[in-house]
Write a new protein. Sequence first.
Length: 204
Amino acid sequence: MDDSIADRYKEVYETLDYGPITTARGLMAAIEEEQYLPRKSKILCVGSGNSYEAVWLALQGHDVTTLDFHHPKVKILEGKQVCGKGQAMPFDTYTFDWVLSAECAEHIPEKEIDKFLKEILRVGKGLYYITASDEDDPPYHTHLCIHGVEWWMRRLKKNGFGITHVRINPIHHLFIKNEDGTTSKMRASFTKCITFHLTAQLSQ
């Protein structure tokens, strides 16, 4: 791995306003509303960043592994945080029941995006959830593959995915249980992004 890239993402993720918990809450709400996951699913989070979603999934009882250049130290994910690139994952084929890649694809150089998508398809057993931002991320400028929904749909189909559902810039509601036992409804949204629910298009 290129140490300079790893150092760059370490710097970015240690910036508290990058990949904030509010964005993660939007994704958690979306998963809860739209994606049924059997108990104790084996899950891979590709480009896990600050690992908010991975921790939440682990707390639901799932067996979660994360893959990224840099990881925060999280006790619940101990031994499950793998350093590596999405374009060459160190996992066997058909390892994971569900593969989540949340706002990672846009960080991949465009010339390597097919490798990235093929690897996601390869390590999963047939269920995938990918989100991609379609705008730049100033002042960091780490988004290298910025495209709209039609481009991503063509690319996903080309690499063997079947698209079951697409949402653009989704907004969801997350229900929070308060200390007094009451429930609050919180509006949670992603940054501007495209969300794809995917299956394997054909037998791999």
